[in-house]
Design a protein around this ligand. Structure first.
Ligand code: BYC
Length: 333
């Protein structure tokens, strides 16, 4: 399939040698031509190892984000202000679980077992979106998450429907339909609150103040500090760069805030006629990298909630496995 070359490290080969995979140039050229022609790459097709690795990294992190992303909203399920709001929120959170499952399945088609991905999340080796390390303090936060967080997620995920790996692209089609409902329900909560009592208006503004900058960080580091963008764009894993999507999000969202009579917490935000888009202030990248390193305000609680759920659910997994074995014995008999 491909040749491997053992490269000795600077330790004179005393420690384990670093294995660098050198792909077969003819296969690599054929693969790149297929990608350039916008063909989907499927699970059984030949692909460079770096392509496989990048996809497993991105798709599993995406899956973890959906699963960890259930926690901030789950925090409000028992405090939703009405039965209708509770039913909507419950449906949304269940959708997120489904997204996580499609995505773990898509990553599994690349040969990585689900248990391995989950272990990487629990041990802190795998990342998930920084946004879910912030707390949800008031009901308006549920509106802000739908409007801004799901809004940012849609910006990023709509182009992923055309990502070059078929199983990831197909998972995204369904995910995007559901995200669109999520964004609308969030914006509707914000509309009600922004037109409500003075206290509700203050809550809506406060939620926007706290979620705005973390939402812009969701798109990842600036292009010139993004180690993965160039190759992911060439292999059409990503169809737009981090900065392009961030700009699009700002341009779409600012008028929505104006409609709500809420102000974006950015003194430098200004429409730029020449570029037909908004200029905006500097993102606090120190905060972003700190949250990526696991230092977010509620990062420890998030991982603890996931590991507790995993441990408490062990008996369910065991029972399901025993049941599946019994079924397959019955089918074989
Ligand atoms: N948070 O070279 P870069 C949802 C990492 S859930 C944490 O630009 P790439 C929802 C990045 O991984 C939807 N880490 O990377 C659910 C990389 O580190 P590694 C979430 C981040 O991959 C429930 C390093 O920084 N959406 O909507 O080319 C309720 C350098 O970055 C972040 C997705 O997961 C971040 N924000 O581009 C409500 C989208 N940004 O891995 C809502 C899928 C960057 O090299 N993912 N890093 O160690 C992507 O599209 C891309 O992976 C990214 C980053 C645009 C995020």
């Amino acid at each position: 399939m491909y040749t491997t070359e053992l490269k000795s490290g600077s330790d004179g080969g005393k420690k384990r040698s670093k294995v660098e995979i050198v792909e077969d140039p003819a296969k690599l050229a054929a693969f790149e031509a297929r990608v350039a022609a916008d063909e989907f790459i499927e699970a059984k097709d030949w692909m460079p190892e770096a392509y496989r690795k990048t996809l497993v990294r991105q798709i599993s992190q995406h899956a973890h984000s959906e699963i960890v992303g259930m926690l901030p909203e789950g925090n409000w399920l028992r405090r939703a202000p009405s039965l209708k709001r509770k039913a909507i929120l419950l449906a949304k959170i269940q959708d997120e679980a489904g997204h996580g499952l499609y995505l773990y399945s898509a990553a599994e088609t690349l040969g990585t077992p689900r248990d391995e991905m989950i272990e990487a999340l629990h041990s802190g080796k795998a990342k998930y979106s920084t946004i879910f390390n912030y707390p949800t303090l008031t009901w308006a936060d549920i509106g802000a998450i739908g409007w801004l967080v799901d809004g940012a997620a849609i910006m990023n995920q709509v182009p992923l429907q055309r990502t070059s790996y078929g199983p990831y692209a197909r998972a995204m089609v369904r995910v995007c339909k559901e995200e669109s409902f999520h964004q609308r329900q969030g914006y509707e909560i914000m509309t009600v609150m922004a037109n409500g009592t003075d206290a509700q208006k203050r809550m809506a503004q406060d939620a926007l103040n706290r979620w705005w900058w973390p939402s812009l960080m969701m798109f990842g580091p600036p292009d010139d500090s993004s180690p993965n963008t160039e190759r992911s764009m060439r292999w059409r894993i990503k169809r737009d760069t981090n900065d392009e999507l961030r700009q699009l999000f700002v341009d779409v969202t600012v008028p929505q805030a104006e409609y709500l009579n809420l102000s974006i917490p950015d003194a430098d935000l200004k429409f730029n006629k020449e570029k037909d888009g908004y200029d905006f202030g500097e993102i606090d990248w120190d905060e972003f990298y700190a949250v990526v390193r696991g230092e977010g305000p509620v990062a420890k609680e998030r991982i603890k909630a996931r590991t507790d759920a995993w441990e408490e659910g062990a008996w369910v997994r065991e029972a399901a496995m025993v049941h599946a074995q019994k079924q397959s014995k019955k089918d074989a008999a």
